[in-house]
Design a protein around this ligand. Structure first.
Ligand SMILES: Cc1ncc(COP(=O)(O)O)c(C=O)c1O
Length: 477
């Protein structure tokens, strides 16, 4: 990577200023920082006109995978050249307004900028006197408020993502269940011959629920999969029957995986469907999904915060001081979760929510849902498209199904796969398939704050045009 002309720079950089590797003169930092901001701004400005998800060629991937660590350090300028040529041209698509695939946020620009400050200061988010802990508690309260999770006696913690948030919520549930049964889980572990704990989840639940159950030592045979109805909602009667079979009396813990969906409650039109969410004992919500906070950032809310402390608190002598300096109501994340060191995630959440305000949050979520309804209406109005599931928030599942199709189910699935692959390769839109009740479906998820009606209309138009072309080609074979 280092060419001849910059070798001297490289040596300077490696043994810079006072001979300390990694040190950088502030003026040089500012010069390079301006270049970085210009690069990002250029990337954002060109995004709409570029393919949604340009794939790096195999040579680039191979080069990145196999490169060796050089003996002499490289100059920062050369490092940025490499980033410009090898990273910036190949976004994973989620920043593009016509990315309709997985639930990964387009980053809110104000959060990107705040994150630079957080990284620049690299503040440790642990102790009672530390500002990040205060911002964390404040944003936790805002998020609880935004989704109507009761704040009194609760705790809301920022974590790495939805998987960690679900794991933490279920760890609190496990602790509670053992405690209610007079069992010292932390001392005894799961090896004391106690009756098994059982988890019930929809058969459509995310894979991280199974991983959590396994990691918590509950065993996936004790994860009861409850069927869903025709609208992919858990069959409440089947759930009640399964619970009744397992126990005659006692209590249950209610956990919600709202990693994507919980923020749907902010859309006044969708809010009635969330009645009962406030009764959850724990809830997972990912700010790095619909809220547009840059990766990574998950959040768990637990109704009885003392359970988190009971389940996780171990404070060695060297951390005692971290507890004593803040106000009484301050809750230290490391005492209430598994992780100790943590960065300043709260700043990017705070910046995003501050930029939106309550009204902006409502508008953002309602806008995504309205676009999804527009897409669903267009699908229903088109004779050659079929809606495969009701649209309750901002995800639409459908397929190309020309009237009078006589080629059979397998050929229709192949045709839909080809439509998906062709359009993704062309780069105007990007979306992914899924399987619903054993049937292949095209799936469009709308969470980008800048997606427009024209973007959604283009998706419908291109699916239909490509479907017709490919079907005609198939018929001519
Ligand atoms: C409903 C749901 N739960 C959990 C997760 C896992 O979240 P993460 O990828 O942030 O760990 C996802 C991720 O897509 C999800 O959609």
């Amino acid at each position: 990577m280092t060419n001849e002309s910059s070798k001297a720079d490289a040596i300077d950089a490696a043994g810079s200023q006072d001979g300390t590797p990694l040190a950088m003169d502030p003026a040089e930092f500012e010069r390079l920082g301006r270049r970085v901001v210009a690069l990002i701004a250029g990337h954002l400005a060109k995004l709409r006109d570029r393919p949604v998800r340009p794939e790096p060629g195999p040579e680039i991937l191979q080069e990145v995978l196999t490169q060796g660590l050089p003996e002499a350090g490289a100059a920062p300028e050369d490092i940025l050249d490499y980033v410009e040529s090898h990273v910036l041209p190949y976004p994973t698509g989620n920043g593009h307004p016509r990315f309709f695939a997985w639930v990964v946020a387009p980053p809110a620009p104000v959060a990107v900028l705040s994150e630079v400050v957080a990284n620049g200061m690299n503040m440790m988010g642990g102790g009672a006197a530390a500002l990040p802990t205060h911002f964390g508690q404040c944003t936790g309260r805002w998020l609880m408020d935004a989704v109507g999770f009761p704040g009194e006696g609760s705790m809301s913690l920022l974590l790495s993502g939805g998987s960690m948030a679900n794991l933490t919520g279920l760890a609190a549930a496990r602790h509670w269940a053992a405690k209610s049964d007079g069992w010292d889980l932390r001392g005894e572990g799961l090896q004391g011959g106690r009756p098994p704990l059982t988890v019930y989840a929809s058969e459509e639940a995310h894979s991280c629920i199974q991983k959590s159950v396994e990691l918590l030592g509950l065993g996936s045979t004790n994860l009861r999969r409850i069927p869903v109805d025709r609208d992919y909602r858990i069959e409440v009667a089947a759930l009640e029957a399964a619970v009744a079979e397992d126990r005659a009396a006692g209590r249950l813990w209610f956990h919600i995986d709202g990693a994507y969906g919980a923020l749907g409650v902010c859309d006044p039109a969708a809010a009635p469907r969330f009645a009962g969410m406030a009764r959850a004992h724990s809830l997972a919500l990912d700010p790095h999904k619909w809220l547009s906070v840059p990766l990574d950032c998950g959040c768990v809310m637990v109704r009885d915060r003392t359970l988190l402390r009971d389940a996780f608190s171990v404070v060695p002598p060297y951390l005692q001081a971290a507890r004593t300096q803040g106000p009484d109501e301050l809750l230290l994340p490391f005492e209430h979760s598994f992780e100790l060191s943590r960065g300043f995630k709260a700043l990017k959440v705070w910046a995003t929510l501050m930029h939106l305000g309550r009204a902006g949050l409502r508008a953002k979520i309602a806008r995504s849902n309205a676009l999804a309804r527009r897409l669903a209406d267009a699908v229903e109005a088109a004779p050659d498209l079929a809606l495969l599931a009701p649209v309750s928030l901002s995800i639409v599942c459908f397929r190309f199904a020309p009237p009078g199709w006589s080629g059979g189910e397998a050929a229709l699935e192949t045709l839909n796969r080809e439509i998906n692959e062709t359009l993704n390769a062309e780069g105007e839109v990007f979306f992914t398939p899924t399987t619903l009740a054993g049937r292949h479906a095209l799936r469009a998820c709308i969470i980008h704050y800048a997606t427009t009606e024209a973007d959604v209309d283009l998706l419908v138009r291109r699916v239909r045009e490509t479907g017709r072309e490919l079907a005609a080609r198939q018929a001519g074979r």
